[in-house]
Design a protein around this ligand. Structure first.
Ligand SMILES: [Zn+2]
Length: 195
């Protein structure tokens, strides 16, 4: 049995609910709100009916509020995304590693193919300085990976093995972008953010 809290006591203590133990006009023995003396069960039922009747409008309102929040708090959203990404990183990496072990032949073939493409798409006319610039791009990717804790890749703007056109392995066809962005881009020639 719930403890009796008279309205006057609830008011004096500054709490929002009181309880008399009497039955409301709809037959509930429940706490009531100090502010308007409404039965809590009645209130919950009314709210449920209202929600059911205004489902579409309420969903729309919620969506608008979420959109507004996203626009006004980009850094908070980014933080949440980052934390979720970090949280699942270990599991994701373990899954990837297990897959790579199971498919070691395929992985090796891909790696070799990529290396070969790089060699074949590296022009003989590259100067020593240009070779140095290429190394710098890879150094930058490695540095950013270390700093940010997420993978950064050297991306070929025009893919070395594109479907229609193929780019060259030169500093002028390179940029350092997020690994996630690079993997999404794959062999398609499209503009990705980064640099
Ligand atoms: Zn009631």
């Amino acid at each position: 049995m719930m403890k009796i809290i008279p309205l006057a006591h609830a008011k004096a203590e500054g709490v929002t609910r009181y309880f008399t133990g009497t039955v409301c006009k709809h037959g509930h023995v429940s706490e009531r709100l100090v502010s308007n003396r409404v039965c809590i069960v009645c209130l919950q039922q009314k709210l449920a009916v209202y929600k059911a009747q205004n489902r579409t409008a309420l969903l729309e309102k919620k969506r608008t509020a979420q959109q507004k929040y996203r626009l006004e708090n980009p850094e908070k959203i980014a933080g949440t995304v980052r934390r979720t990404y970090d949280k699942h990183r270990a599991a994701r990496n373990a899954e990837k590693a297990a897959w790579a072990r199971k498919n070691s032949g395929r992985v090796l073939a891909w790696t070799r193919q990529r290396q070969l493409a790089k060699v074949q798409r590296t022009p003989a006319w590259l100067t020593e300085d240009e070779h140095w610039m290429i190394e710098q791009a890879y150094e930058l990717a490695a540095l950013r990976t270390k700093l940010f804790g997420v993978a950064w890749h050297v991306d070929h703007v025009l893919p070395l093995r594109g479907k229609t056109v193929s780019g060259l392995h030169t500093p002028y066809n390179m940029r350092v972008i997020l690994g996630s962005e690079n993997c999404r881009k794959s062999n398609k020639h499209e503009v990705a953010y980064g640099q």
